[in-house]
Design a protein. Structure first.
Lengths: 144, 431
């Protein structure tokens, strides 16, 4: 993930040659960085969220909130998962423009992302049911 | 509006209000919509992946974040402070002016207000509060207020996001931000002067003329950054994305070769921090991509347009209302959420009313940046309170004059479009 950035910069320097693959590599890095980072690197407090209500709620209310959002997320991402897998595997007929890599391999990160989101929120819900609400410090996850 | 769409909105709002990250809320809500509307659920994946894949301009965001992080760890700030002192330290309330000028220079290098604040905040506040010369809450207030200039003067991350949703040129948006950014700085300096006279803030000792060249020389690498960036973009050498990459590489080289105070672990930290911010904003963008798809198939823009046609709204009235709404939302919501979720609703109307989209974008970004320092949800206020140790309430009190001055500046750029559009037009913008 960290290499992505270096790679992007280096890629851009090769730019004097009209090489298309550098574009493609940087864009792919960006997709992978975002989706991979979102589920495996981000801590709860880095997320961009509307936390005024949550942070002012009592411990018990927070647990209920977490359970509701957790179940909602798991159910909806879960329903979409088969279709997502179908979409990504369908793409095996296509290849990326420059590198010629099969798109289903490149896009597989989204399946991984979906599964990780489901697991993560299932875990959070489970923890909340067991009596632990995740602590959220006030909005640190902004890039502005 | 069909009811699946209404349900989709309720889901997003509901999950969002209960504290689920906004990006996930939007994806979840959109999945529900696709389900109810009997559309292929795989579309959610398709929209996100293809959207991210084809949005080349967005690559500028992580790169700008990275260069800002680098400048933070390389302590470029110290050199800059001396340079600003040289320029404006001699006036009453000198340190306040130094703070503002420094933010202008920083604004030319980074595209993020939070990065500017993190870079300059502690040093500026320490300097201002030494020997009790300024009250700490005032020091904190002016530091937070001046950091807001960051994303208005190019480069600017919020403008890149706006360019994505509105299909306008990043280059012209950046140019459009220059004069409003300076105007905002001017407004703040006026307030600082007034406050300085009222509270009799100290004057700095003027720096003798013979020291000027040396001080300027140490600041040059930092000062060159905006020149390289903007020159590259408008000279047609680079696209904004490439310029962002060059900026990151340049910041790295300056830190390593010129100031020589960056270590491997600093670099690692910079990469890690920018990766985190990238992922969190990337999620928001992903959510916005699916949600915008839903908005498009529901033909919301057309609905809004026909709804508005009945009201006979003039462009001026519309802009006034947008400003009021955005200022109100800015008190409650995080800035990139407003850009990616709320603005797409306004853009079709702005277009229909014949408002220039570059003008509109600069106004919106300006407005949303003010939102960063308005309570209760003013991100910069929280950060500066943590940095300075001053209580939030007194910081808010001292920020208010600046907020008012900035709203006046906002009114000026809203109703005199030339303040925004003059520079882009000079460089060939046809709008």
């Amino acid at each position: 993930m960290f290499l992505c950035f270096i790679l992007q910069i280096v890629a851009r320097y090769v730019f004097n040659y009209p090489l298309g693959w550098t574009d493609e590599v940087s864009v792919l890095c960006w997709i992978w960085c975002t989706l991979w980072g979102a589920v495996f690197v981000l801590r709860e407090r880095d997320e961009v969220r509307f936390d005024i209500i949550y942070s002012n709620a009592s411990e018990k209310t927070r647990r209920i909130f977490t359970i509701i959002t957790g179940i909602g997320t798991v159910v909806l991402f879960g329903i979409a998962l088969p279709a997502v897998i179908a979409y990504v595997t369908f793409l095996k007929v296509e290849r990326s423009a420059y590198l010629g890599i099969r798109l289903d391999i490149l896009y597989s990160i989204y399946v991984l992302f979906s599964v990780a989101v489901i697991v993560r929120y299932a875990a959070l819900t489970w923890l909340a049911l067991r009596g632990k609400a995740p602590e959220i410090s006030l909005g640190s996850g902004s890039a502005l | 509006m069909t009811s699946p769409f209404a349900l989709c909105i309720y889901t997003i709002l509901g999950l969002g209000l209960l504290g689920l990250p906004i990006g996930y809320s939007m994806i979840a809500g959109s999945i529900l919509y696709l389900l109810l509307a009997n559309l292929d659920l795989g579309t959610s994946a398709e929209q996100i992946l293809n959207g991210l894949y084809s949005s080349y301009v967005l690559l500028a965001v992580p790169l700008f974040l990275f260069s800002a992080e680098l400048m933070n760890v390389s302590k470029m700030t110290d050199q800059l402070l001396r340079f600003c002192d040289m320029l404006v330290g001699r006036f009453r309330g000198g340190l306040g002016h130094i703070n503002i000028v420094q933010s202008i220079i920083f604004a030319g290098m980074s595209g993020s207000a939070i990065a500017d604040l993190a870079a300059t905040g502690r040093i500026s506040i320490d300097m201002m509060t030494r020997n009790n010369r300024y009250p700490v809450s005032y020091a904190a207030a002016i530091t937070a207020a001046s950091a807001v200039i960051g994303p208005i003067i190019p480069p600017s991350i919020p403008m890149v996001l706006y360019a994505l949703i509105s299909d306008t040129s990043v280059g012209y948006l950046f140019l459009g931000g220059v004069i409003p950014g300076l105007l905002m700085a001017l407004a703040q300096m006026v307030i600082n002067t007034i406050m300085a006279h009222r509270h009799n803030f100290p004057v700095e000792k003027p720096i003798p003329l013979r020291e000027w060249p040396a001080i300027t020389a140490t600041a040059i690498p930092a000062l060159l950054m905006p020149v390289i960036l903007l020159g590259g973009i408008y000279g047609g050498v680079m696209t904004p994305t490439e310029a962002a990459a060059v900026a990151a590489a340049y910041a790295f080289l300056v830190a390593v070769l010129w100031y020589r105070n960056i270590t491997a672990s600093d670099t690692y930290l910079a990469v890690l921090n920018s990766a985190r911010s990238t992922a969190s904003i990337g999620m928001l963008i992903a959510g916005a991509l699916v949600f915008n798809y839903v908005v498009t198939i529901e033909q919301i823009p057309a609905t809004v347009r026909s709804l508005l046609a009945g009201y006979d709204l003039s462009p001026t009235m519309f802009l006034l209302w947008v400003n009021i709404i955005l200022l109100a939302l800015g008190c409650l919501l995080e800035g990139s959420t407003i850009i990616l979720v709320i603005l797409p609703i306004f853009i079709p109307t702005a277009k229909a009313l014949g408002i220039d989209l570059v003008h509109f974008g600069v106004i919106a970004v300006f407005n949303i940046m003010i939102g960063l320092i308005t309570p209760p949800y003013g991100l910069l206020l929280f950060i500066i309170s943590a940095i300075s140790g001053a209580p939030l309430r007194s910081i808010i009190r001292d920020t208010m004059p600046f907020v008012i001055a900035m709203i006046v500046a906002l009114a000026i750029i809203t109703f005199i479009p030339e303040t925004v559009l003059w520079l882009p037009r000079l460089m060939g913008y046809k709008g």
